[in-house]
Design a protein around this ligand. Structure first.
Ligand code: ME8
Length: 658
């Protein structure tokens, strides 16, 4: 029988900057859903990619002195770029689309032409307000306090010849789609769309620009480029081969699919995108799910606000699976949530180390200790019904259906809640049965002990199967430790208590999720963030010396404020400058310093500097130097950079530094 097809997408990301934990949240969530559908046995196509056109990218590339293509190539394909991040996060996308891919460009041109030919795209003049960072046009009435309603930034007046899409024509059909089907979820987003955009009257949409060139050219009207949303939204079908020869999956039943998007782009996905598809005579998506934002200190993360959280650093410090789990466990998928490092560490310690990790390590250790690593045949059944056995079996045995119900309505956080109820019940079952007491008399209690341990392995296995979409690598380890073979890892086996072979080889392995020391981890994180910041700015600092100097020795160094009376380059030397300084003693002090590479002598006259004045005199190029000027040095992009230490001119010459 042919497998059911399931097509799911993330938004395509702007490669205008590094991706942060908010983008990672969106992609991990989609990955979890894709993996869930694979676990169900469906044929899954998971698409992600990058949205590379538009004025913003053109501007950033120009500022960086590279072509837009070079710029996006670096961010998408380069080291620690977007593709690297998804690889690190174990994202299982089947396809990656770049809107600069030739096949996509060709499809967009054909899509634009088809909508033009059927009368849904016409030429007019655009007058309005434009938000450059969001690449969105707004009417006066849509602005909030005169600013962009999405990001709150300033908007500019804009007027130019442009093509328009007859969005207004589809208002009735879109209202019907939103109000009378379950196309858009959560439902709260439906009310938002209807109230804010449909009720006030849908206006036609500007879909081409002439004021920038970094985009898909309108092939029948040179000078116009397709305005980004028509280009970007089309990716969901061009990646299947719609209007191109690169793929032929569009006709094979993949479309319509499920579009997972962040809440600020629900408008584009639930109004403009279905209207475009209606115009093309194609089916609208099965579902658009609008998730919430991860906030930091109550605000949306963005590079311009300087409050982004780097997923590379978190994944490297805490492990990819722990990070994936945290994102899905902590934040209800449809709502906003506040990110914090403390919350991440707490979640790892409570759910992963204490609850799940402990269950697996205690159980496997006891199978090793009391049964040499394999339980005896027959341990799966117990003649007399014990209430805790039944409770655990019933709860774990029925978990799969409760889990599926939550996953099917895009509530991975609730599915995890169900799993953790079973894990907690299993840990309680250990305390109720006190295996270590049973083990004191193996002859009498051995069979009961084996049954208790089998039940624990079974509960852990079932939870493990359902956790695979969230933490694929760690669950492989869990299966290896609990002895769950291929047939005990399937979706079918998760609803079957007793799926684990009674005599499976159990091996206590490494701790699946070690506890994290909060204080130490926070310090390490801070250091990692600082190191990344320096690497990004190209600044390298010398490591601090660990050797200590005793206080008395330090106090022997005499640092004084000095004023530059004159300064000149030393003849025949490229580096040396000769300073005559007022050091407050009434006698001029001469110091030579090799800093000509960074300063011109005339720029230093009159400056107030700091010198150490009790070094023994030294001869340099035949001139005596009595002391040393103090500077700060670091490396930037491999080059040494020096800054003389300059202090407030109000400080008199001769003042001692202490
Ligand atoms: O919007 N929390 O790209 P994008 C949760 N190119 N999600 C967040 C987030 C946060 N703090 N910050 C960003 C675009 N996102 C368009 C999409 S699709 C045809 C074109 C989510 O890189 C955001 O909500 O700005 C969006 O869904 C996704 O990251 C991509 O954002």
């Amino acid at each position: 029988m042919e497998k059911k097809k399931f097509y799911i997408t993330t938004p395509i990301y702007y490669p205008s900057d590094k991706l942060h934990i908010g983008h990672t949240y969106c992609t991990v969530a989609t990955d979890v859903l894709a993996r869930y559908h694979r676990l169900l046995g469906e044929d899954v196509m998971f698409l992600t990619g990058t949205d590379e056109h538009g004025q913003k990218i053109g501007d950033i590339a120009a500022a960086a002195g590279v072509t837009p293509q070079e710029f996006v190539d670096r961010i998408v394909e380069g080291p620690r770029g977007i593709k690297d991040l998804w690889k690190l996060m174990n994202i299982s996308n089947d396809r990656f689309i770049r809107t600069t891919d030739g096949y996509h460009v060709q499809s967009v041109q054909r899509i634009f032409k088809r909508m033009h030919d059927n009368g849904d795209i016409y030429k007019g003049t655009y007058k309005g307000k434009y938000c450059k960072p969001c690449e969105s046009f707004w009417t006066e009435s849509q602005l909030v306090d005169g600013k962009c309603p999405d990001c709150g930034r300033e908007v500019q007046d804009a007027e130019e010849e442009a093509y328009f899409f007859r969005l207004s024509k589809y208002a009735g059909k879109i209202r019907d789609l939103l109000e009378n089907t379950d196309f858009l979820e959560p439902r709260s987003r439906v009310h938002e769309m209807v109230r804010n955009f449909i009720d006030p009257g849908l206006e036609d949409l500007c879909v081409s620009r002439t004021s920038f060139s970094w985009g898909v050219p309108v092939d029948f009207d040179p000078g116009h480029v397709v305005y980004v949303w028509v280009d970007a939204l089309s990716n969901y079908i061009t990646a299947l081969g719609y209007e191109n020869d690169r793929y032929d999956d569009y006709e094979k039943g993949w479309w319509p699919g499920v579009n997972i998007v962040g809440k600020e782009i629900v408008r584009f996905h639930s109004i403009i995108w279905p209207a475009m598809l209606m115009s093309l005579g194609e089916p609208v998506p099965k579902k658009c799910f609008g998730h919430g934002w991860l906030l930091l200190d109550g605000g949306k993360m963005s590079k311009s606000k300087g409050n982004v959280v780097d997923p590379y650093i978190l994944a490297e410090q805490f492990g990819v699976d722990a990070l994936r789990f945290f994102l899905m466990r902590t934040f209800p998928f449809g709502s906003d949530g506040n990110f914090s490092n403390e919350l991440l560490i707490q979640t790892i310690n409570t759910d992963l180390a204490n609850d799940l990790g402990n269950l697996v390590s205690r159980t496997t250790a006891m199978v090793g200790k009391y049964f040499g690593g394999a339980l005896p045949a027959g341990c799966g059944t117990w003649a007399e019904e014990v209430p805790f056995d039944k409770e655990l079996k019933d709860l774990a045995g029925s978990l799969r259906d409760r889990y599926a119900a939550e996953m099917d309505c895009f509530a991975p956080h609730k599915a995890l809640e169900e799993i953790f109820k079973v894990i907690q019940r299993a840990n309680k079952y250990i305390d109720e049965n006190t295996p270590w007491t049973l083990a004191k008399d193996m002859e009498q209690n051995g069979p009961r002990l084996a049954h208790v341990l089998y039940n624990l392995l079974e509960a852990a296995r079932i939870c493990g199967v359902l956790l695979v979409p969230f933490m694929p690598e760690s669950m492989d380890k869990l299966f290896a430790q609990t002895g769950a073979g291929e047939s005990a890892r399937t979706w079918e086996s998760a609803a079957r208590w007793g799926g684990l072979s009674e005599t499976a080889a159990v091996a206590k392995g490494e701790n699946l999720f070690p506890r994290v020391d909060m204080g130490k981890a926070l310090e390490e994180l801070e250091a990692a963030v600082e190191a990344a910041r320096q690497a990004e700015s190209g600044v390298e600092l010398e490591p601090q010396l660990t050797e200590k100097v005793d206080f008395d020795t330090f106090c022997k160094s005499d640092f004084r404020v000095v004023k530059v009376k004159s300064c000149e380059a030393v003849k025949k030397s490229e580096k040396l400058l000769k300073f005559i300084l007022d050091d407050g003693t009434g006698t001029d002090r001469q110091i030579l310093s090799g800093i000509h590479k960074w300063y011109e002598p005339e720029d230093l006259v009159g400056k107030t500097l700091v010198a150490i004045v009790n070094l023994p005199p030294r001869k340099m190029m035949g001139h005596e130097s009595n002391g040393m000027l103090i500077s700060a040095v670091h490396k930037e992009k491999g080059e040494e950079v020096l800054h003389l230490l300059m202090v407030d001119d109000a400080i008199p010459a001769g003042a001692k530094l202490c």
